[in-house]
Design a protein around this ligand. Structure first.
Ligand code: ADP
Ligand code: MG
Length: 241
């Protein structure tokens, strides 16, 4: 099943997300309030378990606010001409660390050499990181996440491929809708953030999913290689991993 996602309509709702965020923040606050009220009435000290629960609720509220701010904040992007391989490689150590903690593996592969694009490096890292995190979270321990860069029809493509169970149709339809999550501790803001960044970059995100896994494909227009750039064979790493 293949779908090409265009979420402009949903991203235009970002203003209306203020109502959504109020609701999302109220849940953790209500939980904490409830615990504190019970604690105040009772003479018994609060258990570590309850404190941990309150802390994790605070953490969740904090994450929601942070992600919302990076989503709704109309900060101006800073565009540079970047090599797609270097962009992905710069994330590799972080991804490897996340994967090891989650008992999974990450493999980075560059099929086409020397593909350049115009992008805000930090924003693009956020996109790749969010897609990779979703892929890692979808897999059982031992699963392998592959990040592949290549050129296709004038586009620089970054594929993020997991070996998870795939995305059911009813979930696929709602991807990118702010606060839509199927996870117990998800925020449902990761993909919304990816779509909004890709919109600013005049790029797109496609998704192909089946029972053997999911592939998110980020596409951005290729730009000519800058004349000042070092020759590709001077760069370390070359064409293989
Ligand atoms: P979150 O990760 O906080 O749930 P996202 O916006 O990143 O929010 O993702 C929204 C939902 O999309 C997830 O809860 C999950 O159901 C689904 N999803 C995204 N990526 C994948 C994937 N690679 N495999 C399976 N499901 C996915
Ligand atoms: Mg996510």
């Amino acid at each position: 099943l293949q779908r090409h996602l265009n979420r402009l309509d949903r991203l235009n709702l970002i203003g209306e997300m203020a109502a959504g965020i109020a609701h999302e923040i109220r849940n953790p606050m209500t939980t904490i309030q409830g615990f504190l009220q019970i604690w105040r009435k009772s003479e018994t000290p609060m258990s570590k378990e309850h404190i941990d629960l309150m802390l994790s609720e605070l953490l969740r509220a904090n994450t929601i606010i942070t992600e919302y701010l990076s989503l709704a904040g109309n900060k101006t992007s800073h565009f540079d001409v970047l090599a797609v391989q270097e962009l992905v490689d710069s994330l590799s150590p972080l991804l490897q660390a996340v994967a090891v903690m989650a008992e999974k593996q990450v493999e980075v592969r560059h099929d086409a050499d020397d593909v350049w694009l115009r992008a805000d490096a930090n924003e693009m890292r956020q996109v790749i990181l969010n897609l990779a995190k979703n892929g890692l979270e979808a897999m059982e321990p031992g699963g392998r996440l592959t990040i592949r860069t290549h050129a296709d029809n004038g586009a620089a493509v970054i594929d993020v491929i997991d070996e998870g169970p795939g995305i059911p149709d009813e979930v696929l339809e709602r991807l990118g809708t702010p606060f839509f999550t199927t996870k117990d501790h998800g925020t449902g803001l990761g993909l919304a953030l990816c779509y909004s960044i890709m919109e600013r970059h005049q790029g797109s995100i496609g998704v192909t999913s089946g029972p053997l896994g999911t592939m998110f494909s980020v596409r951005l227009p290729i730009v000519p290689r800058p004349v000042t750039a070092p020759a590709s064979d001077e760069k370390q790493g070359g064409n293989d991993e």
